[in-house]
Design a protein around this ligand. Structure first.
Ligand code: FEO
Length: 139
């Protein structure tokens, strides 16, 4: 059984992963409409990956006896200045997500919920890969 505090924190993370998916979909759409088909294809795929992250949390929370609840999320920006600005924004966003996963991990260790902490290991590794990927693209 999962504590209410951790359930709430996981639901917040579900919201952030959903926003990530919508943000990258909005960026993909801008790239598609503005003559960057390669970047659009990359970002459409990346939006799907974020949805997969969201689903991983939804399934896990429900499997552990909690309840995954979807929340209102803000609209992502529709307009971007340049392709480079988009990838800078992605890096900033991924760093924010990494910090959020780390906070969640810290909460689980503090609450001695090592089952959730163990589940989060996958996301910790994933964040290293995602930041590295975006850094590589920016380089
Ligand atoms: Fe779900 Fe890009 O982190």
């Amino acid at each position: 059984m999962i504590s209410k505090k951790i359930e709430k924190a996981i639901n917040e993370q579900i919201k952030k992963e959903e926003y990530s998916s919508r943000l990258y979909l909005a960026m993909a759409s801008w790239c598609h409409a503005n003559g960057y088909p390669g970047a659009a294809s990359f970002l459409y795929t990346h939006a799907d990956e974020e949805r997969m992250h969201q689903l991983k949390f939804v399934h896990f929370l429900n499997d552990r006896g909690g309840h995954a609840v979807l929340q209102n999320i803000e609209e992502p920006p529709a307009e971007y200045k340049t392709l480079q600005a988009i990838f800078k924004e992605i890096l900033k966003h991924e760093q924010y997500i990494t910090a959020s996963i780390n906070e969640l991990y810290h909460l689980c260790v503090t609450e001695k919920d090592y089952t959730v902490a163990n589940f989060l290991q996958w996301f910790i590794t994933e964040q290293v890969e995602e930041e590295s990927l975006v850094n590589g693209i920016l380089d």
